[in-house]
Write a protein that binds this ligand. Structure first.
Ligand code: PEP
Ligand code: MN
Length: 347
C-alpha cells in the first residue's frame, strides 16, 4: 500500500495579462476535472490559479496549453515523505543498538566483497576493534564487467550472519534484485542499494514493503532530487528506515574514480530529514585519498562514513586499490575523534 502524501498547493498557473474571465473559468474547470482543487487569485495585472492536491503533476502539464495561460510554476517538491517540510526533525534510523542520524557519527567498514570466512573474520574483528559499529561486505556484487568477480552469493550471506552474531556487529550488504530482498534481509541488518540500482524501482518498492533498514547510494549520474525521489519510493511503500549515501558522481575529472559531491551533504541535510553518509572509497577509487575525503565528509555534516577496508588490499578480489589496510583504518578512526568534536559530534 502506498502512503499518500498530504494535500498541498502543488502548482501555480500564471495567466497572460490579457486573459479574460472565460480563460480563467476554463482553467478552473480543467483543474477540477483532473481531481484537484483550484484557488484563484486575481491581481492588478495577472490572475494566478493555484492547484491543490496530493501529487501527480504529470497530468497537469496539459494545462499549460490552454488559451490564456502564460506559464506554470511548480510549488511543491516532487518528493514529500522524505522532505523537511513533511518532517522538520532529523530522522534517526535505529538498527539494534546502532543509530544513524543521531549526535554520534556511525562508521561502517569492511571489505568490498566477502572473499572467505577468514578474510571476513580478520577484517570484521579489526574494524570492530578500531570502533566501527557496522560491518560492510558484498555477497552479490554489481560489477561493471560480467567477467569480474561477482561475489560468493548465498554462502557469503551465511558468513555475514555468523560474523554478526559472533562479533555483535550490525551488517550491511547489497541486494541486487527484488526477488532476493527477503533472503538478504533474513541474514543482515541493513540492505544496501548500490549506485547502479538507485533507479531500480521494482527493487525500491520491494525494499519499501520489507520495512528493512536500507542504505540507499546515490547513482553516479543522479541528481540530488533523483536520489530523494528514489528514497521516496521506499518511504511511500511503508519503510521509513532509509539512510542516504553520497558516493561520488561522474564529472570530467579523471584523477579520482568519481568526484565526491561535497556540497550534496549540506544540500541533502537541508532538503531531507534522512541521515546522510559519505563513501570516500568509491568516490576516490584510491586509498591514499580516502582519509582526507572521509574527514571532509564529516566536516561537511555527514552522519557517518562507509569505508572499504581489507587486510591485504593487493590480494582483494574487488576494489583493492581503494581499500584501506587494517592499521590505516585504525589510524583514520583515531583522527576522526577530534574532528567529530569540532563539529559538535561524537564517534
Ligand atoms: C560497494 O559499496 O561496494 C559498491 C558497489 O558501491 P557503489 O554502488 O556506490 O558503486
Ligand atoms: Mn566496492
Amino acid at each position: 500500500m502506498i502512503i499518500a502524501p498530504p494535500e498541498a498547493e502543488i502548482m501555480i498557473i500564471v495567466m497572460q495579462s490579457n486573459a479574460d474571465q472565460e480563460d480563467v473559468d476554463r482553467v478552473v474547470e480543467r483543474i477540477e476535472a483532473l481531481g484537484y482543487r483550484p484557488s484563484v487569485s486575481a491581481g492588478e495585472e495577472t490572475t494566478v490559479v493555484g492547484v491543490i492536491g496530493h501529487s501527480s503533476p504529470d497530468q497537469l502539464a496539459s494545462l499549460e496549453f490552454l488559451p490564456g495561460v502564460d506559464h506554470m510554476v511548480q510549488v511543491m517538491k516532487p518528493y514529500k515523505l522524505g522532505s523537511r517540510d513533511f518532517r522538520p526533525m532529523d530522522t534517526v534510523v535505529s538498527v539494534g543498538s546502532v543509530q544513524f542520524g543521531g549526535n554520534a557519527l556511525t562508521i561502517i567498514a569492511g571489505p568490498c566483497s566477502v572473499e572467505s570466512e577468514e578474510q571476513l573474520w580478520e577484517t570484521a574483528s579489526a574494524v570492530k576493534e578500531a570502533g566501527a559499529l557496522v560491518l560492510r561486505a558484498g555477497a552479490f556484487k554489481p560489477r561493471s564487467s560480467p567477467y569480474s568477480f561477482q561475489g560468493l552469493g548465498i554462502p557469503a550471506l551465511h558468513m555475514l550472519d555468523h560474523v554478526r552474531q559472533q562479533l555483535g556487529l550490525a551488517v550491511v550488504t547489497e541486494v541486487l534484485t527484488p526477488d532476493d530482498v527477503d533472503l538478504v534481509a533474513s541474514h543482515v541488518d541493513i540492505l544496501q542499494v548500490g549506485a547502479r540500482n538507485m533507479q531500480n524501482y521494482a527493487l525500491l518498492q520491494e525494499i519499501g514493503r520489507s520495512g528493512h533498514p536500507t542504505l540507499l547510494k546515490r547513482g553516479m549520474s543522479a541528481t540530488i532530487e533523483e536520489l530523494l525521489m528514489a528514497a521516496e519510493y521506499i518511504l511511500a511503500n511503508g519503510n521509513p528506515n532509509v539512510i542516504l549515501c553520497e558516493r561520488g558522481i561522474r564529472t570530467f575529472e579523471t584523477s579520482t574514480r568519481f568526484t565526491l559531491d561535497i556540497s550534496a551533504i549540506p544540500v541533502l541535510k537541508h532538503l531531507t530529514h534522512l541521515p546522510v553518509l559519505v563513501d570516500p572509497s568509491h568516490a576516490t577509487g584510491k586509498w591514499t585519498f580516502v582519509p582526507a575525503v572521509a574527514k571532509a565528509g564529516i566536516a561537511a555534516g555527514a552522519d557517518g562514513l562507509i569505508i572499504e577496508v581489507h587486510p591485504r588490499p593487493a590480494e582483494a578480489l574487488s576494489d583493492g586499490a581503494q581499500s584501506l589496510r587494517l592499521d590505516r583504518f585504525a589510524t583514520l578512526m583515531s583522527q576522526l575523534q577530534p574532528l567529530a568534536l569540532a563539529v559538535g559530534r561524537t564517534v
